[in-house]
Design a protein around this ligand. Structure first.
Ligand SMILES: C[N+](C)(C)CCCC[C@H](N)C(=O)O
Ligand SMILES: O=C(O)CCC(=O)C(=O)O
Ligand SMILES: [Fe+2]
Length: 421
């Protein structure tokens, strides 16, 4: 038995080192026979849904609402929502988790139609609503996405005919704001129309949904091609598709662009859904997708122009996915700002370049490119964790203003309006 457990632990440790997903311990075939505990199923019919549970040596197993769930006993004790363990006014845990015996097991379990009752060795009783358990179990979460999205190429986006939201309804009505945020969450881009072309009005718009994220570029930025900063953005040159601030440990969540003036030619904005491209990589070459999600990279911003002296470094893979459901939540892609690769050995480097090429080919497919000419009055919000932007080279005088937003605060607003984010 000891050997059996050790080898099991070792294999989980190996999974961990490989960076693989850790699955909960499955009941071992020869495990059951060793157990002093009852291994038969206890059944109850609850409100038309059948429920069955079984107590195992190292976990509690529950079948309910077509889901088989496995819960660790410490987890169950830790998630007690009784008044002494949880403050439902502040939604904070009062229980000191460190006081829970890591070998804890219930001394009694009872079930009625909607609720499981656990009595712990010290007599404390925990009630779990069955639906709460389904919703909060690992097995339940594994099948759900955090953020529903519509992945797009140029045709899909254009066919969707996503309406622009009017400035007034955005600023003055919750419906306007909600409609805007819903589009933004689904597509990763959204426009507001009829905005007076000033920096102040652009700022008001930004403040309606979030806190502005102040960075080395300032709070609100306002730029022309005067090379006032040591970056190609401040020139008339074309910029290939990229995400911004890849050299921050947490890249800025949202980018706001408002073109206040352009007297000249060119300068169109390019938008590409990075998640659509990544999805193509996942379909065509899953091992390359995986590599892009595992190899850590550095991006760097080194500036030494005039009064501006900055040196920023951000570390993270190109694709960032949640380990439990493999959902993609952040793409870091900026070939200009990518730093020296020195975090992986040469053979991995080569495989990484191959994978990066596959992704780049997808990102560069003309059918994935959505081009727009920004003009005064039309403000563009870009999800900088998902949608890449670029620009065509231009002539003449061009003024762009905007800012970055903190992602947490945008999502906060969305959730408060009842959206899933
Ligand atoms: C001009 N503005 C402030 C918007 C951004 C400048 C950032 C440019 C940088 N290369 C990056 O991609 O992050
Ligand atoms: O000039 C533009 O349209 C965009 C430049 C850019 O990529 C940026 O400011 O982040
Ligand atoms: Fe940019």
């Amino acid at each position: 038995m000891w050997y059996h457990r050790l080898s099991h632990l070792q294999s989980r440790l190996q999974d961990l080192l490989k960076g693989g997903v850790i699955y909960p311990a499955l009941p071992q075939p020869n495990f059951k026979s060793l157990l002093p505990l009852a291994v038969h199923w206890h059944h109850t019919v609850s409100k038309s849904l059948t429920c069955a549970w079984q107590q195992h040596e190292d976990h509690f197993e529950l079948k309910y609402a077509n889901t088989v769930m496995r819960f660790d006993y410490v987890w169950l004790r830790d998630h007690c929502r009784s008044a002494s363990c949880y403050n439902s006014k502040t939604h904070q845990r009062s229980l000191d988790t460190a006081s829970v015996d890591l070998c804890i097991k219930p001394k009694n379990i009872r079930l009625d139609e909607t609720t499981l009752f656990f009595t712990w060795p010290d007599g404390h009783v925990t009630k779990y609503d069955l639906n709460w358990l389904v919703k909060n179990s690992y097995e339940g979460q594994k099948q759900k996405v955090i953020q529903p999205r519509i992945l797009w190429n140029a045709e899909i986006y254009q066919q969707a005919q996503v309406p622009y939201v009017d400035c007034q309804s955005f600023l003055e009505t919750n419906e306007g704001l909600k409609k805007f945020l819903q589009n933004f969450l689904l597509y990763g881009i959204a426009f507001v129309e009829n905005v007076p072309p000033t920096q102040e009005h652009t700022e008001k718009l930004a403040e309606r949904i979030s806190l502005i994220r102040e960075t080395i570029y300032g709070r609100m930025w306002y730029f022309t091609s005067d090379f006032s900063r040591g970056d190609t953005a401040y020139t008339k040159l074309a910029l290939d598709r990229h995400t911004d601030t890849t050299y921050f440990q947490e890249p800025c969540g949202i980018q706001v662009f408002h073109c206040l003036k352009h007297e000249g030619t060119g300068g169109r904005t390019l938008l590409v859904d990075g998640f659509y491209a990544a999805e193509q990589v996942l379909q065509k070459a899953p091992e390359e997708f995986e590599l892009l999600s595992k190899v850590p990279l550095k991006h760097e911003y080194i500036e030494d122009v005039g009064e501006c002296h900055n040196h920023m470094i951000g570390v993270g893979p190109v694709l960032n996915i949640y380990p439990w459901n493999k959902e993609l939540y952040l793409i870091r892609y900026n070939n200009y700002d990518r730093a020296v690769i020195n975090t992986v050995p040469y053979d991995v480097v080569h495989r990484w370049y191959t994978a990066h090429r596959t992704l780049t080919i997808e990102l560069r497919r003309p059918e994935n490119e959505f081009w727009v000419k920004l003009k005064p009055g039309r403000v563009l919000f870009i999800d900088n964790w998902r949608v890449l932007h670029g620009r065509e080279c231009f002539t003449g005088y061009r003024q762009l203003c905007g800012c970055y937003l903190t992602r947490d605060d945008v999502l906060n607003t969305a959730r408060l309006l009842g959206l899933q984010a």
